[in-house]
Design a protein around this ligand. Structure first.
Ligand SMILES: O=P(O)(O)OC[C@H]1O[C@H](O[C@H]2O[C@H](CO)[C@@H](O)[C@H](O)[C@H]2O)[C@H](O)[C@@H](O)[C@@H]1O
Ligand SMILES: O=c1ccn([C@@H]2O[C@H](COP(=O)(O)OP(=O)(O)O)[C@@H](O)[C@H]2O)c(=O)[nH]1
Length: 736
């Protein structure tokens, strides 16, 4: 039976030995808590690290551990202390984590960490491969396993692999600083579907792939090798009912079964009629904005002193990655801040901040969520943040206000929260006041909208959507690969030609009828070209259309006296056989004033590059430039141009060693359509060598014969190796 294998660094259970006894606990963290419900329902397994290193368990304990995990449908990847120090604390949490959260100054790029990251990803691959059967789906999670998709793909070409990144994907400018950026991207590209929480992360990822890998991307589809990789946004949800129902249960607690924490909260509530609780829950992580939150709370108390004695910040910070220096420093900073503020402001009956440095059991978490009037979720950067959603799910009495940082992925879906910039203490302080004073009616309206959305897009829906997307991605086959044009097929085409009564040849010029020259002006038609075309054109009922990116003047100079249809500027102008030149559309060209300086700047810094100005387009040629430098500069120019053009009906066309900006509603496809419109050709043959010719192939009827010059990706039916074969091919078709 086919199954889904979930793979993540951490298993949904955390194992510990206490005085020789094995303790099995749920892991904290959004990933573990979120995926748990998906895993428990499926028939698959979850592969990850158990939390115990190889050194601390005896062979007998190892068996006990594996049995305990098997009961939970989990399989462990054996990791030793070296792995944990270098792969987990090292590369994952001292390089990738700060880098992807824009904490560049905290980022440590150590070769030994990287080597261990590679080794451990291989260890994960080995365990997955042991459990993988034909037809299985593998869903890999998060930044600790960026290399795993490719490692699996190398061994099993046909399996379905999904990858989801739970943390932000940074802008290219940040990502490029990583010395192993190419390897990381290569690793991710082993997947069929790559998911992120938000479209911003999707955008950044695509931009990195475009700039570093120079591969073709069409909207959110990456064509890589002979596969299509889809990239999409899937905002993760929570197990809404679990939190909602637990909150309903909470309201039914008898006095006697209340936790110590709950008794303290009750005491606080009774101490002052107007007393309010503000909640803060996160792992102790510098991305969560804990010091900023404390400082803005202090700022609030000083700006609005009437709240002193009435409002408390309850802060739960869960210990996390304590071996990493920056986490230790953060703990110290937090302890000191809380100590100073409590020391400065406390009274006999009031402590402004209640601070817990530990993980709480689920029931006590619910106590906190349910008892808090306001939740402050103000990370400085966060992939999603599930605490924000959990708080909303527990507000069964339709009251409570969420203050949410705009830097959390969750802010993209939770507009009804009070959205703040966590670095703006004044704004945050005002938001705290607004939250505390918000009318019951407004609280209800905002909560209802939030609850509706969070309950609909819960974790189950998230997983379903991802798995559905994965299926679609797997079934998206790359555009058909053209077949080599063999002699038998040429004969078939020739026979069609012979039988037909109205025939059309659509011929690209550069790279097809003539070979490529370093200087475009030198690619003039030789006598051989004229003879061949004249011979074809002389055939009864046969027409020739030269369909080129060249400008009108040039083509007119070469073929003006011929009885052919001429299309220039990629389709901006056409001279139909026996007619005058006419534009295909009414086009503007004043945009050139803005684009020319950009191209000039790139020309200046790329020796050998040149600008060709045409009536309705600007082309940047780099065929004479150094290939390596040109590749880099082209990529940059393409990005700059695309950014400039996003609001215009302009497009950047990538031809053979040329980037061309032109009106997007002009292309060879539209020109080809205009030629065949209202005509009754029963034989159409089209041939071209570059990207711009694809539009022409696309627009032609299915029974047209389409040939690409060069064995590259194309939607043409056939290909020939290179342009030296073109003349002979045309000759054969028309004379056999
Ligand atoms: O495993 P740890 O090193 O102890 O860290 C806990 C988890 O933290 C991260 O969570 C992220 O995933 C959440 C769910 O998608 C998201 O809401 C949050 O914004 C992220 O920070 C990390 O991505 C996980 O791999 C860790 O297990
Ligand atoms: O004592 C605690 C505190 C928090 N959490 C859970 O930890 C997760 C934190 O996820 P979030 O997305 O907010 O951040 P992450 O820690 O994954 O970066 C949430 O599901 C919390 O309910 C927990 O299990 N025990």
């Amino acid at each position: 039976m086919e199954k889904t294998i979930i793979v993540s660094n951490r298993l949904p259970v955390d194992l510990k030995y206490n005085e020789g006894k094995l303790i099995v606990k749920s892991s904290t963290g959004g990933l573990a808590t979120g995926m748990k419900s998906v895993h428990s329902e499926g028939n698959g397994i979850w592969i990850g690290w158990s939390g115990l290193t190889e050194e601390v368990i005896s062979p007998e304990q190892k068996t006990e551990v594996n049995e305990a995990l098997a009961k939970e449908k989990c399989v462990s990847v054996p990791l030793n202390q070296y792995d944990i120090d270098n792969y987990y604390y090292g590369f994952s949490n001292a390089a990738l984590w700060p880098l992807f959260h824009y904490f560049q100054a905290y980022t440590e790029f150590e070769l030994v960490h990287w080597q261990s990251y590679v080794e451990v990803n291989q260890k994960f691959a080995d365990v997955v491969l042991e459990h993988l059967n034909e037809g299985d789906t593998v869903w890999i999670h998060d930044y600790q396993l960026l290399l795993l998709p490719e490692l699996l793909r190398k061994k099993r070409k046909n399996i379905t692999i999904g990858f989801f990144l739970h943390i932000p994907y940074p802008s290219y400018e940040i990502f490029r600083t990583c010395p192993w950026r190419d390897e990381l991207l290569q690793g991710m590209l082993g997947a069929d579907l790559i998911g992120f929480h938000t479209y911003d992360y999707v955008r950044h990822f695509i931009s990195s792939v475009e700039r570093l890998k120079d591969i073709e991307i069409n909207f959110n589809e990456i064509s890589y090798g002979n596969r299509i990789i889809k990239v999409d946004s899937f905002p993760m949800g929570i197990d809404y009912n679990k939190y909602h129902n637990a909150a309903l249960e909470h309201h039914k607690y008898p006095e006697s079964s209340k936790s110590e924490l709950m008794k303290n909260i009750d005491f606080h509530n009774k101490s002052n009629e107007e007393s309010k609780l503000i909640l803060s829950i996160d792992r102790m992580d510098y991305t969560k904005g804990i010091p900023n939150r404390i400082k803005s709370f202090e700022y609030f108390l000083n700006k609005y002193p009437e709240y002193k004695g009435k409002v408390r910040l309850v802060m739960l910070a869960v210990p996390s990655r304590e071996n990493v220096l920056q986490y230790q420093l953060l703990k110290k900073e937090t302890d000191e801040l809380v100590g100073r503020i409590n020391g400065d402001l406390s009274t006999i009956s009031w402590t402004p901040i209640w601070y817990f440095y530990r993980a709480l059991p689920f029931d006590e978490l619910i106590d906190l969520y349910v008892s808090s009037d306001v939740a402050m979720v103000t990370p400085v950067r966060d992939g999603m943040n599930l605490v924000a959603k959990e708080y909303i799910a527990t507000r069964t009495k339709e009251n409570g206000v969420l203050i949410l940082s705009e830097m959390a992925g969750a802010a993209k879906e939770m507009h009804e929260a009070l959205i703040v910039n966590p670095n703006n203490f004044d704004q945050t302080a005002d938001c705290i006041k607004e939250a505390l004073e918000m009318s019951a009616e407004e609280q209800k309206t905002r909560l209802e909208a939030l609850q509706k959305r969070i309950s609909r897009y819960d974790v189950e829906r998230w997983a379903k959507e991802f798995l559905k997307g994965l299926k679609v991605a797997k079934n998206t086959v790359p555009v058909q690969i053209a077949q080599k044009l063999v002699p038998a097929k040429i004969e078939e085409i020739a026979s069609d030609y012979k039988k037909a009564s109205r025939k059309l040849f659509l011929l690209d010029y550069d790279g097809t009828l003539v070979g490529f020259k370093n200087n475009p002006a030198e690619a003039i038609p030789g006598q051989e070209v004229y003879d061949l075309l004249d011979q074809i054109n002389a055939d009864e009922n046969t027409e020739i259309a030269i369909i080129s990116g060249r400008d009108r003047k040039t083509l007119e100079g070469w073929f003006g006296n011929k009885d052919y249809t001429l299309v220039t500027d990629h389709g901006a102008w056409m001279r139909k056989k026996g007619e005058d030149w006419a534009p295909l559309d009414h086009l503007k060209s004043n945009w050139k004033e803005n684009i020319r300086p950009v191209m000039e700047a790139f020309t200046d810094s790329t020796p050998g590059a040149l600008i060709e100005e045409k009536e309705y387009s600007l082309a940047w040629h780099y065929r004479k430039a150094d290939a390596k430098m040109a590749a880099l500069r082209t990529m940059e120019l393409k990005h700059v141009l695309k950014t400039f053009l996003s609001n215009h009906t302009l497009t950047v066309l990538e031809g053979n060693k040329v980037l061309e900006v032109k009106n997007s509603n002009v292309n060879k496809g539209r020109a080809a359509s205009a030629i065949i419109l209202n005509s009754d050709y029963d034989f159409i043959f089209a041939i071209g060598d570059d990207w711009t010719d694809e539009f022409m192939f696309e627009e032609l009827p299915n029974d047209a014969h389409t040939v690409k010059v060069g064995n590259v990706k194309t939607i043409a039916n056939y290909y020939i190796e290179d342009n030296t074969e073109v003349h002979e091919l045309l000759h054969q078709i028309t004379t056999i």
